[in-house]
Design a protein around this ligand. Sequence first.
Ligand code: NAD
Length: 262
Amino acid sequence: MKSLQQRSALVTGSTSGIGLGIAEALAAAGAQVMLNGFGEPAAIDALRARLAEQHRVRIAYDPADMSKGAEVAAMVRHAEREFGAVDILVNNAGIQHVAPVDEFPEDKWDAIIAINFSSNFHSIKAALPSMKARGWGRIINIASAHGLVASPFKSAYVAAKHAVVGLTKTVALETAEAGITCNAICPAYVQTPLVNAQIEAQAIVHKLPREQVIREVILAAQPNKRFVGIEEIAGLVVYLASPLAASITGAALSIDGGWTAR
Ligand code: NAD
């Protein structure tokens, strides 16, 4: 039997990048998965069909906008109706905007705080009652190395990711005796559409060519000078969802090539 065969998972922002890799790894481990995120309906249908066929699990989808609390809560209800439970909640959806703080657009600030941080509160609040009733749950918040340290021009992102780490610790304390764990994963740079957009944005801010931005700006603080693989993050999610990780809670787990060891 596969390790997560009896489990159901909800992964926000899983139509692309890291979230898609996590959804795929959970499905490969036998979990039923509800996907979420933006994309062309036909492409999302094709993704659902591919994952379901390849891994022989049920794959559902909810289009909730993570900037809207009521939609986030309704998505959790949808997953509970579809699968009977949300055993594993992965808060992954996130966006980025790069600008000096005194020029940071208010609408970008509000969107980053809502999508990268407040959505985690809304989904956790909605999922916890049924996890507590069953005495089992795994909450995994995809924070960032920027949940532990800062970089210039990313005020909203750094604030939101530090807040995710704080929320993670509080939820862990409140659920420690309930068979539920809550952890944050703090990756360094992963080459996804989100980071490709940042490379372009940083090239403009720093007035440097793309390759120089990758080595001297994006990976400047990363001692191993390589992007983190999506499969490295997905592997940690599957481990945290497994019985072996039952005592890991309230942790901010770095996957950052030594960045935060400095
Ligand atoms: P991505 O842009 O490739 O994917 C983001 C996903 O979130 C997509 O599925 C998108 O549709 C979805 N999304 C965006 N706004 C949404 C909204 N309002 N409602 C619902 N879904 C929405 O990004 P990624 O690089 O895979 O990042 C995923 C997470 O990992 C983010 O929280 C990000 O902050 C974090 N992270 C990324 C890196 C990196 O280097 N890429 C490093 C550390 C942490």
